[in-house]
Design a protein around this ligand. Structure first.
Ligand code: AP5
Length: 236
């Protein structure tokens, strides 16, 4: 049922009150699941990839530095990413928690985030590790198309639009991300294995990591994520 505009904003029945981190290789479904969870708990969805792409679109100095790096499939230096993240989570809309998608991506970023969360009085984060095979990753990345106006995500194989090349919601043009071209996928995966995958062991050692089988359908993965949250609530 649609919410009347006059109705006051409701808090969800249960508050998140922590950071949830979606960790996994490119194309694993971090953005898809992070958005759903953020809507469910009425907290911000914080995608560092989206933030950087916004800087590029606006032509900011940060965007100018990040653009060639992202187009090569490499990670943007911590020095640029950390300030951007700190400024974002210090905004009042993050006071009930938030969902990270694509951050942290290095052990240094994870240390920095741990410190920020402690200073902000948040509980320890919950890390959802999306586990998926490389074959499926390639299919998901090369099939992805994004609405140029609203940002809605499609997949030519799994979730095609009703009209080819056009967004179902607003008719916007569907485009491919520059780094989703096949030749950029290998360096992105390399960056993941070298710089981000060590976070799996890092968060597992801290007892914060939960594996989820990301090869299943969007709905199935969503259910696994919900179940994980229910299981760990109050324990961390
Ligand atoms: P970023 O935008 O974070 O990209 P990524 O991590 O490579 O992840 P993707 O967005 O490709 O995939 P995803 O896991 O979100 O999957 P999605 O849900 O979209 O980063 C881009 C770049 O920015 C980096 O390379 C780096 O340069 C820079 N950057 C960002 N953060 C940084 C940081 N912290 N530090 C340094 N640099 C940083 O799904 C993919 C496709 O699959 C979609 O088409 C979707 O519809 C489909 N799909 C999703 N789930 C399912 C499912 N269960 N079944 C079938 N299809 C599915």
């Amino acid at each position: 049922m649609a919410t009347s505009p006059a109705e006051p904003l409701k808090r969800p029945p249960e508050e998140l009150n922590r950071a949830v981190i979606f960790l996994g290789p490119p194309g694993a479904g971090k953005g898809t699941q992070a958005k759903k969870l953020a809507v469910q708990y009425m907290v911000p969805h914080l995608s560092t990839g989206d933030m950087l792409r916004e800087h590029i679109a606006k032509g900011t100095p940060l965007g100018a530095k990040a653009k060639p790096i992202m187009e090569r499939g490499e990670l943007v230096p911590d020095s640029l990413v950390l300030k951007m993240v700190r400024e974002r989570i210090e905004r009042p809309d993050c006071s009930h928690g938030f969902v990270f998608d694509g951050f942290p991506r290095t052990v240094a970023q994870a240390h920095y985030l741990g410190e920020l969360l402690r200073q902000g009085g948040f509980r320890r984060p919950l890390v959802i590790h999306l586990v998926i095979d490389t074959d499926l990753i390639l299919r998901r990345i090369t099939g992805r198309r994004m609405c140029k106006t609203g940002g809605e995500i499609y997949n030519l194989y799994e979730r095609p639009p009703k009209v080819e090349g056009r967004c179902d919601n607003d008719g916007g043009e569907l485009v491919q991300r520059p780094d989703d071209r096949e030749e950029i996928v290998a360096p992105r995966l390399q960056a993941y294995h070298k710089q981000t995958e060590p976070l799996v062991a890092y968060y597992r050692r801290l007892g914060l990591l939960h594996d989820v089988d990301a090869s299943k359908s969007v709905e199935d993965v969503e259910q696994q994520v919900c179940r994980t949250l229910q299981l760990v609530r109050g324990k961390l």
